[in-house]
Ligand binder design. Structure first.
Ligand code: ZN
Length: 290
């Protein structure tokens, strides 16, 4: 089944829930960026978070997540929108670390435990919303849980996971966000916390073929899925946009590139697509600059 996302309510409307499967998207990112298992996990977890946060937006709204930790991975940048499109990269995709003490991919070691997560939401207003929170664990799910509590004042439980196979391909990737709306009793909250603490990793459930709805049903009762949508990797780059960027460098800069290199190659940071420009094509762009 291709990647998808569901929006649901549960517990008679006292819980709002999102769940996403991103296995294909994260595998494609892995091949495009040649990420190591640790980098794949860090990028994949952020991809799942961004898609679910995108699903909280409306219409043409979009958001950018920047995870800027002090680890060797450098920055993670992910763009997502309300219609399930996502793209992303990490600064150092080749960084790999030994497994952590739990025998898991050391995401917090790669991301770092000091730094900030920035959330920028473009909601079509004059100024974009920008929220930030300090990184508290670097494992990312805890960090986004903290973000929702601090920046949006919504008690939430966030799970994010990427299961990487022996051959480094992505076996399963996904996540869920459970948000408590007013009305939950302390008993209901306690009960849910017990269930969450005993829950299998989301990637194990996805790997065993569980649907997103089944995963939510394992956590909360009375799940009502009110929306399901496909999610896809989609970059906004194009040859036309790259041409505009080159033109914006100005005549003298382009002439210098032509003189020194004879041609140019521009690689999109997000999708690693390479756009080549031969000498004559560069000349053509130069001629467009008045
Ligand atoms: Zn691109």
């Amino acid at each position: 089944m291709s990647d998808y996302l569901i929006r649901a309510t549960a517990m008679g409307g006292k819980v709002r829930a999102f769940a996403v499967q991103t296995t294909d998207i994260v595998e494609e990112l892995r091949t495009r960026h040649q990420t190591t298992p640790t980098a794949t996990a860090a990028l994949g977890r952020t991809i799942s978070a961004a898609l679910m946060m995108g699903a909280m937006l409306k219409g043409k709204e979009k958001l950018t997540l920047q995870v800027k930790g002090d680890g060797p991975l450098g920055q993670i940048v992910v763009d997502a929108n309300a219609i399930g499109e996502v793209r992303g990269y990490v600064d150092n995709p080749a960084i790999d670390l030994p497994l952590n003490v739990l025998g898991k991919l050391d995401v917090s070691g790669a991301v770092g435990t000091e730094g900030f997560i920035y959330v920028t939401k473009d909601q079509g207003l004059k100024e974009a919303y920008r929220g930030s929170i300090p990184i508290i664990s670097g494992e990312l799910a805890e960090d986004f849980t903290y973000y929702f509590a601090k920046s949006e004042q919504i008690p939430s439980s966030v799970a994010l996971g990427v299961l990487v196979d022996m051959n480094q391909t992505v076996k399963a990737s996904g996540g869920f966000i459970i948000q408590l709306l007013p009305g939950m009793t302390d008993e209901e909250i306690d009960q849910m916390e017990i269930v969450l603490s005993q829950l299998k990793p989301i990637t194990a459930m996805l790997d065993q073929g569980a649907t997103l709805e089944e995963i939510l049903r394992a956590i909360v009762s009375d799940v009502m899925v009110w929306d399901q949508m496909d999610v896809v990797l989609r970059c906004q780059c194009s040859r036309e946009r790259v041409e505009q960027t080159l033109i914006s460098l100005g005549r003298s800069e382009l002439e210098a590139i032509l003189l020194e290199d004879g041609n140019a190659e521009v690689v999109c940071q997000f999708c690693n697509e390479a756009y080549g420009f031969k000498g004559v094509q560069l000349q053509e762009l130069i001629s467009k600059i008045s």
